[in-house]
Design a protein around this ligand. Structure first.
Ligand code: ADP
Length: 621
C-alpha cells in the first residue's frame, strides 16, 4: 500500500485527533539514522537485551535505579518523571481497591475521545479472579494484553471495548490477565488517581541507543491488572492517536517498554496478546532484542481488529525509533514496497498466532479487495490465522439496568418499553413525536468503511412520512456535512448528531426499531451485537463479522435475527430496509418475535473467550 494512501487511511481514526504538530519529529528521526544505520551491530542487540534484564534484577533489590550509560548520558532530552510518588508495594495494593462509583460522564475532549466513568453496575473490585474459576479443571494460563486503548480509560472504537471485555471474561475463566496500556494524559483524573506506582527504569530505544524513562502505574479492577506505561514525553497529547509522524515513535516506545516492563516486574506470561499495529512490533522484539530474556519464553498472538490501519512509514524512521536489527527490514517481515516499513506486516510475520475478529473477515483479508495490499502476506501466513468473533460486555450493555435509558426493559416488556424510549428520544432530538414511526438508528465512525455512501444515496427515499433516521457519529467532514444537510432538509424526520456521545448511543440503541450497518467492510462490528441485545433489529451488509453474527430473516421459517444484503449497491440496501419496514408495518407480531429472538441471543464473550483460551492452551500446552 502506498504510504500516502495509508497515511490517509490512518487518519480515519487519527483525524479524531488534536492539531497536527510540526513534523520536526520526522526530521529528527531520520537524521540520526543516517549516522547510525550502518553502525547497528550485534553488540547493540546484546546491550538492549541486557537493558531489559537489568531492571528485573534491580526489582529484587527493591530499588530500581536509572540505567546510566554512555548513550543515556548522550540523550538530548531530559527524562520526564511520573506524576505519582513512589509508595511501598503493600500500600499500593491496599489503595488499589476502588470505592463504588457513581455514574457520570465527563468529556475531556469534545472532538473525539469520549471519557467514560465506571459503570454503576460494575461488580465490586476484587484482585482475585472470580470463584467460578475454582470449579474449572483446565490449567491456569497467564496472558499479557498489549494494546493502545481500553474502555473505560480511553476508547475511540471497538478495540477499546474488546480490550476491556475480553480480559475480564478470561479472568473469569482461569486466566491471570494483565492489560498493558499507555498512560495517556487524557485518561480521566478519577482513573489516574486510582493508579499506584509500581516502579520505573530507563530503557534504550532508538538505533543510537537513546535512553527513555519508563514508569509503571498499576490499577487492579475486577480480576484484571492494568499496567500503564508512563512517559510524559510520548503520552502527554490529548488523544491516543495524533498523526503517524508522532504515533510511530510513541508506539515503538510502547511496544518495547511493555516487554521490558514484564521483565522488570518479573511477571512472565504464557502468552503476550498484542492488538493492531500499535502493538505489532511486540512479536518482533520478543524474538530479537528480547531473545534470551525471561519474557522470551512467552508465545505471541497478534489480533487484527482492522487491517486498514498498519503503521506504514519510511524505513529510516521506523528503523531509527524501533532500534530493531537490519535483518527484520526485509521484504518478508517489515519492508513494504521500495522504501517503507509496515509495522503490522512485520508483527504478523513474527507472531506465533494471528487472530482476527471474525471467521469471515479472516477469509476476506486473504483477497485483494479486502486485503489492504497485504492479502498475499495474509495468504502466506494463513496457516496460523484464526477468526474469532467478538462479544460484548453484557453487564455494560444491559437494557434492564442501563441508567442512561428513559425506560429499562427486558425481553418480557421490551415492546411497550421501547415505545417509551422512542418517545423520549424523539423529544430529546427534536423529531416528530410519534411512537408509530419506524425509527432507524446509525451509530458509527463516519468513514467510507461504514457504507455511508450508500446511506447518503438512498436517504431521501427512506423518508416517506412513516420513517425517521437518527445518526450519531463523527469522522470525515464530507459525511458530517451531508448528514447535517439531511437534517435540515428533512426536519422532524432526520436527526444528525455529529458527536461522540456514549449516553446518547445507549438511548439510540434502546429507542430505535432497526440499526443500520451497511459497511463496505467490517472486521467484526459491535454495534449490531449491541443492537440485538437491546431488541433492535440490525440491517447489515453481509461482510466480515456482520455476516457471522446476523442471520437473515427467513419469512418461510419465521427465523433469523436481521435483514441483510450482499453486494455493495444502493438498490440492495434500499431493498433490505424496505423488507424490514414491510414486516414492521404489516406483520408486527412476527417483527416483535424477532425483537425477542434478538434479545435472547447470546452475544456475550462466553463462547469466544473459551476459543481464545483454547488457542492459548494450544500455543502453550
Ligand atoms: P469500529 O471499531 O470500526 O469503530 P465497532 O462497531 O467495532 O466499530 O465499535 C464501535 C463502538 O464505538 C461501539 O461501542 C459503538 O457504540 C461506539 N461508537 C461509535 N461511534 C460512536 C459515537 N459517535 N458515540 C458513541 N459511541 C460510538
Amino acid at each position: 500500500m502506498p504510504k500516502k494512501n495509508v497515511t490517509a487511511d490512518e487518519s480515519a481514526v487519527q483525524e479524531k485527533a488534536v492539531a497536527v504538530e510540526e513534523p520536526v519529529t520526522a526530521e529528527a528521526a531520520e537524521k540520526p539514522v543516517r549516522k547510525t544505520a550502518a553502525k547497528k551491530s550485534a553488540a547493540k542487540k546484546t546491550e538492549t537485551a541486557e537493558a531489559a534484564e537489568k531492571p528485573a534484577k534491580k526489582t529484587a533489590a527493591k530499588k530500581p535505579a536509572a540505567k546510566k550509560d554512555a548513550t543515556a548520558e548522550a540523550a538530548e532530552k531530559p527524562v520526564k518523571k511520573p506524576a505519582a510518588r513512589k509508595k511501598t508495594v503493600k500500600a499500593e495494593t491496599a489503595e488499589s481497591a476502588p470505592a463504588a462509583e457513581t455514574p457520570a460522564e465527563e468529556n475531556l475532549n469534545d472532538i473525539t475521545v469520549e471519557i467514560y466513568e465506571e459503570p454503576a453496575e460494575a461488580a465490586p473490585p476484587v484482585e482475585e479472579a472470580p470463584a467460578e474459576e475454582m470449579s474449572l479443571p483446565q490449567p491456569r494460563r497467564s496472558v499479557a494484553f498489549i494494546g493502545s486503548e481500553c474502555y473505560p480509560f480511553v476508547k475511540t472504537g471497538g478495540l477499546g471495548d474488546v480490550m476491556y471485555a475480553l480480559p475480564k471474561a478470561l479472568a473469569a475463566r482461569n486466566c491471570d490477565v494483565k492489560v498493558i496500556l499507555p498512560r495517556y494524559k487524557c485518561i480521566p483524573r478519577k482513573w489516574q488517581e486510582k493508579m499506584v506506582y509500581r516502579g520505573e527504569f530507563m530503557m534504550d530505544l532508538c538505533a543510537d541507543g537513546r535512553s527513555f524513562y519508563v514508569g509503571i502505574m498499576e490499577y487492579v479492577w475486577d480480576g484484571v491488572v492494568y499496567d500503564f506505561i508512563d512517559n510524559e514525553e510520548f503520552f502527554s497529547a490529548g488523544n491516543p492517536y495524533i498523526n503517524l509522524i508522532d504515533d510511530i515513535p510513541r508506539y515503538c516506545f510502547f511496544s518495547k517498554a511493555a516487554l521490558a516492563a514484564l521483565n522488570y516486574m518479573n511477571w512472565v506470561p504464557d502468552i503476550v496478546h498484542c492488538h493492531d499495529w500499535q502493538a505489532a512490533l511486540v512479536p518482533i522484539y520478543l524474538r530479537t532484542l528480547f531473545a534470551g530474556t525471561p519474557v522470551a519464553s512467552a508465545k505471541s498472538v497478534l489480533t487484527i481488529h482492522n487491517l486498514r490501519f498498519q503503521g506504514l512509514y519510511g524505513i529510516p524512521t521506523i528503523k531509527y525509533w524501533s532500534g530493531l536489527p537490519d535483518h527484520v527490514f526485509n521484504i518478508d517481515v517489515l519492508k513494504q514496497g521500495y522504501d517503507d516499513a509496515n509495522m503490522l506486516k512485520g508483527g504478523l510475520a513474527y507472531a506465533d498466532m494471528i487472530t482476527t475478529v471474525s471467521p469471515t473477515y479472516a477469509g476476506e483479508i486473504q483477497t485483494p479487495f479486502y486485503g489492504e495490499n497485504l492479502d498475499a502476506h495474509m495468504r502466506h501466513h494463513a496457516y496460523k490465522l484464526r477468526g474469532i468473533v467478538n462479544g460484548i460486555d453484557t453487564v455494560q450493555w444491559d437494557a434492564s439496568t442501563d441508567s442512561k435509558l428513559a425506560a429499562n426493559y427486558d425481553a418480557e416488556n421490551v415492546i411497550a418499553q421501547k415505545r417509551a424510549n422512542k418517545r423520549a428520544l424523539q423529544e430529546a432530538l427534536g423529531l416528530e413525536q410519534d411512537e408509530g414511526k419506524f425509527v432507524i438508528g446509525l451509530i458509527s465512525r463516519l468513514t467510507d468503511q461504514k457504507g455511508l455512501d450508500l446511506v447518503n444515496a438512498i436517504l431521501p427515499q427512506l423518508i416517506d412520512g412513516n420513517t425517521q433516521v437518527v445518526v450519531l457519529g463523527t469522522g470525515d467532514a464530507h459525511y458530517e456535512d451531508s448528514f447535517r444537510w439531511f437534517e435540515q432538509a428533512y426536519k422532524g424526520s432526520v436527526c444528525s448528531y455529529i458527536a461522540y456521545d456514549e449516553g446518547l448511543a445507549h438511548q439510540i440503541y434502546a429507542a430505535s426499531d432497526a440499526l443500520l450497518v451497511p459497511s463496505l467492510f467490517e472486521p467484526c462490528g459491535l454495534t449490531q451485537l449491541i443492537a440485538m441485545r437491546y431488541g433492535t433489529v440490525p440491517i447489515v451488509r453481509e461482510t466480515g463479522g456482520l455476516k457471522d453474527t446476523v442471520a437473515p430473516y427467513n419469512q418461510y421459517e419465521n427465523s433469523g435475527s436481521g435483514f441483510t444484503f450482499d453486494r455493495y449497491e444502493t438498490g440492495l440496501l434500499l431493498d433490505a430496509i424496505n423488507r424490514a419496514k414491510t414486516l414492521y408495518f404489516t406483520e408486527r407480531e412476527r417483527w416483535d418475535e424477532m425483537v425477542r429472538r434478538d434479545m435472547a441471543r447470546d452475544v456475550s464473550w462466553g463462547v469466544s473467550a473459551e476459543q481464545y483460551r483454547a488457542l492459548y492452551l494450544e500455543l502453550k500446552p
